[in-house]
Write a protein that binds this ligand. Structure first.
Ligand SMILES: NC(=O)N[C@@H](CC(=O)O)C(=O)O
Ligand SMILES: [Zn+2]
Ligand SMILES: [Zn+2]
Length: 347
C-alpha cells in the first residue's frame, strides 16, 4: 500500500472549519470547496452566530462567496451562550441547515468571549438539543487561570465532558480537535454517541515544531500542540478505522499581522491543502487504505447524512505551497508556506 502513487477517495467532508466573513471568507472558501463536499462551519464570528436567522444569513454569504463552478454545502452551527433561549434549538433544527451547536467555554479560544461561563447555564439548552437530536460540539478545554495550558483538555474531560455525557444520556457529542492520548482513550471508552475530530496539524506536528530553534507563530493554535507521545496516539486513532474518529481540519485563518505579533492569536490555516496533508499522515503510517473511512465515511455516518457520491483523486507528486495568499488588503500565511507537500490533488 505504501508504494501507491495515486489514490481515489469518495469526496471527503470537513467536520470542523472556520470560514470567517468578508475578505477572509472570499479568500478561503474556494480552497475548502475544491476538496470537500460539505463542512461544519464554526459560528465564532464577531458577533457570534447565536440565532437561526443569523446562521441562515451567514450561509447565504458563504454561498455567494463561492468561486463559480464549485459545489459546496455549508453545514451551519449555533454558538451557545449563557443566554441562548432553549426554543432556538427546535427552530434551528427545523431550518434544515443547522446541524449542531457549539460549546466554547468563555475565554477558551479565539472569539470565545461570549461563550458559556458555567455549564449549568446551558442545561435547559442541552436538554432541548437532546430532545431535538442536535449534536453538541465542544471546544474541550477548561479556562481556569490556575490550570496549565498543556493540561486544559484533560481537565475538561474530567470536570465537564464526563458530566455532560452522564447528565444527557441521549445527547450526541463531538469532542472537537482532540490533542491528547487521554482524550483518545476517553472517546474510545465512551458510548457510540460520542465522537471526535482530529486536525491535520495535530497529526503532523508536536510542540517541538512550534518551539525548537525559534518560536513559530503560524504553528500556534488551540488546543496547543502537545508532546510527541500524544501525536502518536492521535495518529493511531485516526488510522485505526474506528468510526468514532473523523476528519475536522479546524482550519482557522487569521491575517498574517495578527499571528506575527508580540501577542499572536491562535489558529492554523490548512484549507489550501487539507486532504493532501492528511494523505501524507496516512501514507507515512502505512494506512492509506484507512483514509477514506476517516475522511469520507465516519463523519457523515455520525451526523446521519448520506455519504458523498463523487470522488477525488490524489497523486504522489510534491508541490510547493505559496508563501502567502492574498486576503483583501491582508496576507494569509498557510501551513507549510514555502515548503513542499508530498501529495497533490488532481483537478
Ligand atoms: N483553533 C484555533 O486555534 N483557533 C480557532 C478557534 C478554535 O477552534 O478553538 C479560531 O477561530 O481561530
Ligand atoms: Zn476550538
Ligand atoms: Zn476551531
Amino acid at each position: 500500500m505504501s508504494a501507491s502513487s495515486e489514490i481515489v477517495l469518495t469526496r471527503p467532508d470537513d467536520w470542523h472549519l472556520h470560514l470567517r466573513d468578508g475578505d477572509l471568507l472570499a479568500a478561503v472558501v474556494g480552497h475548502t470547496a475544491e476538496r470537500f463536499a460539505r463542512a461544519i462551519v464554526m459560528p465564532n464570528l464577531r458577533p457570534p452566530i447565536t440565532s437561526t436567522a443569523q446562521a441562515l444569513a451567514y450561509r447565504e454569504r458563504i454561498l455567494a462567496a463561492l468561486p463559480p463552478g464549485l459545489a459546496f454545502e455549508p453545514l451551519m452551527t449555533l454558538y451557545l451562550t449563557d443566554r441562548l433561549p432553549p426554543s432556538e434549538i427546535a427552530a434551528a433544527k427545523a431550518s434544515g441547515h443547522i446541524f449542531a451547536a457549539k460549546l466554547y467555554p468563555a475565554g477558551a479560544t479565539t472569539n470565545s468571549e461570549h461563550g458559556v461561563t458555567r455549564l449549568e447555564n446551558i442545561y435547559p439548552v442541552l436538554a432541548a438539543m437532546e430532545r431535538a437530536d442536535l449534536p453538541l460540539l465542544v471546544h474541550g478545554e477548561v479556562t481556569d487561570p490556575g490550570v496549565d495550558i498543556f493540561d486544559r483538555e484533560q481537565r475538561f474531560i474530567d470536570e465537564r465532558l464526563a458530566r455532560i455525557l452522564a447528565d444527557f444520556p441521549g445527547l450526541r457529542v463531538v469532542f472537537e480537535h482532540v490533542t491528547t492520548a487521554e482524550a483518545v482513550a476517553f472517546v474510545r471508552e465512551g458510548p457510540p454517541r460520542l465522537a471526535a475530530t482530529i486536525t491535520a496539524h495535530h497529526l503532523l506536528y508536536s510542540r517541538n515544531a512550534m518551539l525548537v530553534g525559534g518560536i513559530r507563530p503560524h504553528l500556534y493554535c488551540l488546543p496547543i500542540l502537545k508532546r510527541e507521545r500524544h501525536r502518536q496516539a492521535l495518529i493511531a486513532a485516526a488510522t485505526s478505522g474506528e468510526p468514532r474518529f473523523f476528519l475536522g481540519t479546524d482550519s482557522a485563518p487569521h491575517p498574517a499581522g495578527a499571528k506575527e505579533s508580540s501577542c499572536g492569536c491562535a489558529g492554523i490555516y490548512t484549507a489550501h491543502a487539507a486532504i493532501e496533508l492528511y494523505t501524507e499522515v496516512f501514507d507515512q503510517a502505512g494506512a492509506l487504505d484507512r483514509l477514506e473511512g476517516f475522511a469520507s465515511h465516519h463523519g457523515a455516518d455520525f451526523y446521519g447524512l448520506e455519504r458523498n457520491r463523487d470522488r477525488i483523486r490524489l497523486r504522489r507528486a510534491p508541490w510547493q505551497v505559496p508563501d502567502a495568499f492574498p486576503a483583501g488588503t491582508e496576507r494569509l500565511v498557510p501551513l507549510r508556506a514555502g515548503e513542499t507537500i508530498a501529495w497533490r490533488l488532481e483537478r
